[in-house]
Design a protein around this ligand. Structure first.
Ligand code: C2O
Length: 549
């Protein structure tokens, strides 16, 4: 591979959407930010210069970061933030991945405006396992607030309530024609008839799963989270925040000047704040050179039909269609046995409302979220440095519970103890442990789908179901042959999902709900993967420019 150099200047930029102009924190003044374009095997070097008052870190979502944990980016986990006037160089190699990923800020809610695509082509002289597309197009979904999202989250945390929802969803930064004062801010994709386009889809929205469709067209899904899959066709896609997918779009054979709407709006199941508005873009067929407009009448704009907002059966059927290629060229290295099995309950609960305060959650509570009743407390210094230099005392403990502390029952009434505990606790894994973690949604304040993301690894989704996970029955139905391999997956609302991975990457790796509001409430934890014995199984020392807290 070669080395690809980028410079990302973090600076303020005035942007107008929905007739509101505001100053956003941007990379190089762009929304979405600049794409990273590389081949599998390339080294990527991104020099980030922070010109704004906000502390910033960037995360390369889904990049394996093999032995490069210092470049992963979550604030206070792998690094201290890049402060005003400071520079940090992220340096990593893309190993064994091809497809689409994305980068985003990983501190507070700055990723609302700091995000962009990561486009990974196969190695030179290696082709796709499908016919070469005519053109490739990134499509990034986002969310736009007319106000400053940093104020939205700090206000929500101060009052203990839910945050104000966004004012629009966006496609490549544009809300599109279905919002007021937005017609000119519409993403338009001009296509030729009879060609195959590769759409690289990214859900960079902050708090919403999204469904997406293009009127009159069908997709063939070929890649998920930068791993090829067995192709399948569908009219509608679902992406949770943090998921990426590549689809082929074959255009119709002869539709001069026809226009079709592409549209996305939420799939939403629970407490998570959402609105039901729709972001739209336009797919427009170009006129061929010899086109005579008199001979063909102009077709009206067609709108796609999207599933109902809480259509969990659509989502369940859709997610079941994903399978690894699992062939000799692209094997699926699924752990067949488990060294360490864990069961994590996921719940939105509460923590005590501070004295002299009225909290704005239900029944006057303060929202908090927890895994196995532990709400992750962010440290004030970087965990990975504390570990590497043997200074973990008082920073974190290695006792994250591997099982729920009290019996839970999804179908029963919530346990009395909905109060969460705060702590900075890690699960410690010896190098190359084969891990199985079952994520169980709970109904402390109602069931809800949660998009869980693991840093530093892909996992295999070996099983899922509704209700309580049953360790005596469910594993018999696990798929250990061709389960999908991803970095982000939706835990079914009121159900469970079983994930397996090999802990072959030393470092400290966050796992969290990719709804930012849930993460802000503490729905995250971290794994500490220890060094192995040989030099290529050890985390190297940090780069000299690693920011200080
Ligand atoms: Cu896409 Cu921890 O993040």
């Amino acid at each position: 591979g070669i080395t690809r150099h980028y410079t990302f200047e973090i600076k303020l930029q005035n942007i107008t959407r929905l007739c509101h102009t505001k100053s956003i924190v941007s990379v190089n003044g762009m929304l979405p930010g600049p794409p990273i374009i590389a081949r599998e095997g390339d080294r990527v070097v991104v020099k980030v210069v922070n010109h704004v008052q906000n502390n910033v870190t960037l995360h390369w979502h889904g990049i394996r970061q093999l032995l490069s944990g210092w470049a992963d980016g979550p604030a206070y986990v792998t690094q201290c933030p890049i402060q005003y006037g400071q520079t940090y160089v992220y340096n990593f190699t893309i190993t064994g991945q091809r497809g689409t990923l994305f980068w985003h800020a990983h501190i507070s809610w700055l990723r609302t405006t700091l995000y962009g695509s990561i486009i990974i082509f196969p190695k030179r002289n290696v082709s796709y396992p499908f016919a070469k597309p005519y053109k490739e197009v990134p499509i990034i979904f986002g969310e736009w607030w007319n106000s400053d999202p940093e104020d939205v989250i700090s206000q929500a945390l101060q009052t203990g309530g839910g945050p104000n929802i966004s004012d629009a969803y966006t496609i490549n930064g544009f809300p599109g024609p279905l919002y007021n004062c937005s017609t000119k801010d519409t993403f338009k994709l001009k296509v030729k008839a009879g060609k195959t386009y590769l759409l690289r889809l990214i859900n960079a929205a902050v708090n919403d799963d999204l469904v997406f469709s293009i009127a009159g067209h069908t997709f063939t899904v070929v890649d998920a989270d930068a791993v090829y899959i067995k192709p399948f066709s569908t009219d509608t896609l679902l992406l949770t925040p943090g998921q990426t997918t590549n689809v082929l779009l074959k255009t119709k054979s002869y539709y001069p000047s026809a226009t079709f709407l592409m549209a996305a709006r939420p799939y939403a199941t629970g407490l998570s704040p959402f609105d039901s508005s729709t972001t739209a873009g336009i797919l427009e067929y170009k006129k061929p050179y010899n086109y005579s407009s008199v001979s063909i009448k102009h077709l009206p704009l067609c709108k796609p039909t999207l599933p109902a907002i809480n259509d969990t059966s659509f989502v369940t059927n859709f997610t079941k269609k994903f399978h690894s290629l699992a062939n000799p060229q692209y094997p699926a290295n699924v752990p067949q046995t488990v060294d360490k099995g864990l069961l994590f309950t996921i719940g939105i609960g509460s923590s005590p409302c501070p004295r002299n305060q009225t909290c704005q959650g239900p029944n006057g509570i303060k929202f908090a979220a927890a895994i196995n009743n532990v709400s992750f407390a962010m440290p004030t210094t970087a965990l990975l440095e504390a570990h590497f230099f043997g200074k973990s005392n008082g920073i974190y403990t290695a006792d994250f519970p591997t099982n729920p502390p009290f019996p839970f029952n999804y179908t029963g009434s919530p346990p009395n103890n909905t109060m969460v505990n705060n702590g900075t606790k890690l699960v410690v894994l010896p190098f190359n442990t084969s891990v199985e973690v079952v994520l169980q949604d709970t109904n402390l304040l109602g069931v809800e789908s949660h998009p869980f993301h693991l840093h530093g690894f892909n996992f295999f989704v070996v099983g899922q179901g509704f209700g309580n996970y049953d360790p005596s029955k469910d594993p018999a139905n696990f798929n250990l042959v061709d389960p999908v391999e991803r970095n982000t997956v939706g835990v079914p609302p009121g159900g469970w999902i079983a994930l397996r991975f090999f802990a072959d990457n030393p470092g400290i790796w966050l796992m969290h709900c990719h709804f930012d509001i849930h993460t802000s409430w503490g729905l995250r934890m971290a794994w500490l993967v220890l060094d192995g014995k040989t030099p290529n199984q050890k985390l190297p020392p940090p780069p000299l420019d690693l920011p200080k807290c």
